[in-house]
Design a protein around this ligand. Structure first.
Ligand code: AMP
Ligand code: ZN
Length: 562
């Protein structure tokens, strides 16, 4: 009864009330029309055929003719009568059978269904919901975050203003609320003040608006993406706790992996004094020798903690052969990296990187190379309105002569970074055929393309979604960890109490968790890179480890208890 009253009340409010008025006017018009036709019917019957009918009979005849029922019990037998009957039938079809149902559907049924569905989508989270993640704006990156949250059974809710998107997401199994992100009602419905984190993943102005409106209500931390470097400070001032310039980071990751220039240009992340860097073997004196013979550790003090080859990270043994296409993952201090740079040389100016795609990410890669400086050439189909500093070569990179004319045969490295994965796969395959020895780094806009890009011949693939999701996830979990690529990161953990005073060997860390120790940071902040198995773990020290997320979880499960 209550719901029936609520549905009825809907028709008495706002737009629906106006539509109801229009319907009543239309019905009055139909009644007048029927009465006029009934009167004309009586008049014609009497004057043409000498038959007399009551008004009720006239109304009855008009309705049966207008609705095309036409029982045929009362009919004209003269031409003017037939013409009149035809006019009544046609106006009946038009006003009663076409306009009336159309008006009912568009003015009542559709808005009513819409508002019912909207009401269903703007449900409120249960009162006890706390510690959830509120996501404004779902794209590949935040979808990857949601998958991780779902895997952990962590609560989240996605907010979208687009009703169709909301339905599609709901059908896919997402928890979604439909409404404007800055709407107070929506923020109440998502219990924003009880949330663990808010992720603002819309345009920069929208992210600013979200930060301001959330801050006016509560202090829930906000992680916001910034599409434009110039907006980072604005978004921070608006109240974002962390601002993630994802395109800049993606550009940097692509650029780092494309150039052979000095070791210091390859630092991916740092933990205090400990830097994690990735150096291509190509162009170094180590190419072709085994790790043992290369003597990197003896000569520089740096630890080789991993080797990337065609997207696979392996933990090297002394016998591992250092292939030209491989990338060394190194851990060490700045001085140690400087030492390596002296051995490998700063051959930045001999380098030449082609960047295919001068969008937000290609431009960020160019900015990074510019600072080193490493020479580069940009190719794009269209101008980048956000960039005033670079002059690209205009042309479709998939057309061979565009690349030939630009001098691709001179390139030492190639960054494939268009916004279309098919184009990226095509460009990777074609470039690999043309230049078998080029260092080729490709961007995957969608995670499914990662393996195809490796198959096509990329030396390294950086996935937008994975990188963004990992960065966000680290922020959500307040983790200090460096993301190396799909599924591998370097992370810190305090030494658990029950392992103190044990030798690394005795702890059997690698056997138990799969993680490897990269370095140990003492209480005084001194870093011992790649400690020997004999090293004794001291209280208050911090372990810096490398591993996959599942190995990281394994570590927490096995050793996280104090
Ligand atoms: P963004 O996603 O912002 O990094 O932009 C990607 C860039 O790739 C855009 O500027 C596109 O114009 C560019 N792009 C897409 N397809 C091609 C192509 N076939 N050749 C050259 N540039 C391309
Ligand atoms: Zn640019």
């Amino acid at each position: 009864m209550k719901t029936l009253a609520a549905e009825f009340a809907y028709f008495l409010r706002g737009r629906a009330r106006q539509n109801l008025k229009a319907l009543l006017v239309y019905c009055a018009f139909l009644i007048v029309m029927v009465l006029v036709y009934a009167a004309i019917f009586r008049f014609l019957m009497w004057h043409l055929e000498g038959r007399e009918f009551s008004l009720i009979a006239g109304i009855y005849w008009t309705i049966t003719v207008m609705t095309t029922l036409g029982f045929g019990d009362i009919t004209f037998h003269s031409d003017p009568g037939y013409v009149f009957a035809a006019i009544v039938t046609i106006s009946g079809v038009l006003f009663l059978l076409i306009i009336l149902p159309f008006g009912m559907i568009s003015l009542f049924l559709t808005p009513w269904i819409d508002q019912r569905l909207r009401r269903r989508l703007t449900y409120e989270l249960a009162e006890e919901t706390t510690g959830h993640i509120v996501i404004f704006g779902l794209d590949m990156t935040t979808r990857a975050v949601v998958s991780k949250l779902q895997a952990q059974a962590a609560p989240y809710v996605v907010v979208t203003v687009d009703q169709n998107e909301a339905f599609e997401l709901e059908a896919e199994g997402f928890r979604v609320i439909c409404g404007r992100p800055t709407d107070a009602k929506v923020q109440t419905a998502v219990r924003i003040d009880q949330a663990k984190y808010v992720i603002a993943n819309l345009s920069d102005p929208e992210n600013v608006a979200i930060c301001l409106s959330v801050r006016s209500r509560c202090q829930t931390p906000i992680a916001a993406f910034a599409n434009d470097d110039d907006h980072i400070n604005l978004i921070r001032q608006a109240g974002a706790t962390r601002v993630v310039p994802l395109h800049k980071i993606l550009g940097r990751y692509l650029a780092i992996r494309s150039t052979t220039c000095g070791a210091l240009a390859h630092v991916l992340d740092s933990f205090g004094d400990l830097h994690i860097a990735e150096i291509p073997v190509y162009g170094t004196p180590f190419a072709g020798s085994s790790l043992d013979k290369a003597g990197i550790r003896e000569r520089t003090g740096l630890a080789v903690i991993g080797i990337w080859e065609r997207g696979r990270l392996t933990v090297p043994t002394p016998e591992t052969l250092l292939n030209e296409n491989a990338l060394l993952v190194l851990a060490g201090t700045r001085q140690q990296l400087e030492c390596l740079e002296q051995i490998t040389g700063e051959n930045a100016m001999n380098d030449l990187i082609f960047i295919l795609g001068h969008g937000r990410i290609g431009c960020a890669a160019a900015q990074f190379l510019e600072q080193k400086p490493v020479p580069f050439i940009l190719i794009d189909k269209t101008a980048n309105p956000a960039c005033k500093n670079h002059v690209p070569i205009y042309g479709d990179a998939t057309v061979r002569h565009v690349l030939n004319q630009a001098g691709i045969d001179q390139a030492k490295g190639l960054i494939v970074t268009t916004n279309d994965d098919n184009t990226n796969i095509f460009l990777t395959l074609a470039s690999r055929q043309l230049l078998p020895h080029i260092r080729l780094v490709a961007r995957a806009n969608c995670d499914e393309s990662v393996s195809q890009l490796y198959l096509a011949g990329a030396d390294f693939v950086v996935s937008n979604a994975s990188l963004g999701a990992n960065i966000l996830f680290n922020i959500l979990e307040s983790k200090a960890s460096a993301f190396l690529t799909e599924g591998v990161s370097v992370f810190r953990r305090p030494i658990p109490e029950f392992l103190v005073d044990q030798r690394i060997q005795e702890t059997q860390l690698r056997q138990r968790t799969g993680c490897s120790i990269v370095a140990i940071e003492s209480e005084q902040g001194q870093i011992e890179v790649s400690p020997s198995p004999e090293t004794i773990l001291k209280t208050g020290s911090i372990l810096i480890l490398i591993g996959t997320p599942s190995q990281e979880a394994e570590f927490d499960a096995a050793l996280g208890r104090d």
